[in-house]
Design a binder for this molecule. Sequence first.
Ligand SMILES: Nc1ncnc2c1ncn2[C@@H]1O[C@H](COP(=O)(O)OP(=O)(O)OP(=O)(O)O)[C@@H](O)[C@H]1O
Length: 807
Amino acid sequence: QDGAHQTHEYQSDVARLRKIVINSLYSHRDVFLRELLSNANDALEKLRITALTDKSLVSPDEPLNITIQLLPASGSGAGRVVIADTGIGMTPDELTQNLGTLAKSGTSDFLVQAESAGAQQAGNLIGQFGLGFYSSFLVADHVEVASVPAGGNGEQWVFASGAEDQRFEVFPDPRGRTMRHGTEITLLLREDAKEFLNPGKVKELVDKHSGFSTSFPIYLQTFKTEEVPDEDSPVPADPLEADAIDTSPPVDDSEAIVEDLPEDASPITPPPPRTKNVTRETWEQLNDQPPLWTRDAKTVSEAEYTDFYKSTFRDTAAPLAHAHFAGDAGSSVSFKSVLFIPSELPSEFWSTTQARVEGVRLMVKRVFITNDLGEDALPKWISWLRAIVDADDLPLNVSREQLQSTKFLAQIKSILVKRAINLLTKVASAPASINEETGEEEGQTQYRAVWKAIGSAIKLGAMEGSAGQKNKLGALTRWTTNVREFVGLDDYVDNRKKGQRQIFYLAGVGQKAEDLAKSVFIEKLHARGYEVLLLTEPMDEILLNNFQRWGGMAFQDVAKKGLQYGDEDMDAEADKAEQAGIAERFAPLLSWLKKEYTGTVMDVVISNRLVTSPCAIVADRYGYSANMERLVAAQQRSGKDTSQDWMTEYARKQRSLEINPKSPLIEGMLRVVEGLDWEEEYSADEGEKPAHEPTQAELELKEVAQILLDGALVRSGFEVTDPNTFFARVDTVLRRSLGVSETAQPEVEVKPAPPVEEGPLNPEAEPVPEPGFGEDPFQPGDFDYELPRNPFPEDPDVQAFAAHDEL
Ligand SMILES: Nc1ncnc2c1ncn2[C@@H]1O[C@H](COP(=O)(O)OP(=O)(O)OP(=O)(O)O)[C@@H](O)[C@H]1O
């Protein structure tokens, strides 16, 4: 390399990105034009902003614009596309830095993801990441970038690289200075990319992808061939004279028929003037249509909104909904805006606390100013919003910093949030449409898609928003119930049964709604036709607690105490009498169970929520439901919130056992309790031993009761306190029912391992078989051993283990 001519190795990430781009985007390769035009537009914007403080950088002789030239090959090669801008330009160092390295944050993560994804997925990922300059290699074998920085007096430099090259060159342009400032990119097209020399194709692409999103004019060089008078060859002015000149092809004299012209013959028409074809260069502006947001919404088609969104926000998927409006920000700044709901949340939405908001593009009189909304950007829940806001009455030379300190920005943020909520509400309240082909009701297809995409963000908004927003966003939430899906809270309230004053819900984070619907807590509600919201996301329960009430109804966790159907007072006298009868009949069992479970549950009551299950564990109003208990346990495992341990312990104890008087099992227990002389036994103070040794019947009842309690815990979603003891009890009961000895242990003998091996391990001599490969390490007979006799037959814990094994 000589003094000026530099050769650089590409940074390894660049090579990887180029490879991914070329492999995965072949079928979308026309994106190169959008990317290069967007870079050119950015460079012009940078210059415009810099020139606000240094006017010498621009001159009226050098208008800020972008030009495209399509140059078919004169000799070998497929031809060239040259895209030039009169923007900020690059110094030789910047050429090296900007085009030879990837400075973007998250590049490595992106590359790992894209490399492991399929071509189609990688294409989508790249779309979101923005592939920029490297997309040139989709259509070009070789790329040259000539550039001069604005304000620079030095040489014009060139960055040059082949698509397959591991290196790039940077050198002074052998043509000298061809630009005052700016950048010119020359693509030597690949043989299979000749279509991009077609002006029609280029116009179509600019129209579709760049027309809306570039604020500086884009001109395409076109050549028009016109017929013009040929001034070089003399054309006689006088038709008579013209007649005198014989311009007819020579004819054979012998064949000539000479006729005199009749007197009244019309005058001889003069021959057309001599012309020649001249090819003229013209520059046709491609983005001369007014920006979409400045147009009347009635004149903009859905397809135009979609194309605009995709090209402006670089999304491969269409938006789910849009709103187009003009307004007044209150401080006499009028503006026009279009906002969009994207088809999915940004990938980092849940992994950051304060999301970066880059989707709101602020413009002043159609010129892009910033997409950085400053410190207190939009609230996190709505950081996914995509919008264009174009203010008319702000000075054009307002800087990004000035704009951020104006009232306008704060007002615009609140207007955007309000408008976005209105848009969501409009989509959510669209009447169900009828499918014309099938005649079936389609449901709210559009809002279902919106809910699927950003439903969790809407729930977040309903929690963190202002009071007014909470109500609006709460009304937008949709739930699955035991009878329907996609149910709004207002809809639930409208559908309530006579007398019902509670909105019933059951939470089971991570469970499927259909499994939750089979819960013991829902069986009676379901059987009676009541609707229960099934909450499966961690946020759900917290959200409902946050609302406290909806439409005048209180939220009731059906796994907790306090459940009321609301029709209790409407029960016939006979029903009431039956309830009283049951209460009286089961009183002995309730008393016995209360004594038995002192310290384990707060209370034992007759249930109003069970149909077939014998019992359930119901949390007190301030106790933890099984769902809450799991959430708290997960938090504690992850090291958070340990200061709350005592509260957890307390809340855990706030629960009751509910029994189902209609269950034959409970009936059976009642009969056994009635047969016991237990009042006397337990009349001693709490904690004291019974006055006499318990009878066999009582011991058995205790065992059954304990299993029943553990079963109720499991049924109700809690964990049993000690699974080993639980299984030991089940084992005993099983043995009893089979007539097997309750204490007999299996006859087993376990072959002990050989003594510790001496000397170092030599893997070469005895290769360790790879899992799944090589010979089966086990030989026939390896499993023919006997477990040893239980060495501690009296130890109840060991018995429990043995029993567990048997099960
Ligand atoms: N026409 C240009 N004029 C001036 N600088 C340019 C031009 N094209 C590219 N650059 C510089 O090269 C850098 C890299 O460009 P590239 O297109 O690869 O990524 P980007 O524009 O930063 O990101 P993205 O394309 O995803 O928005 C740009 O940030 C810019 O500094």
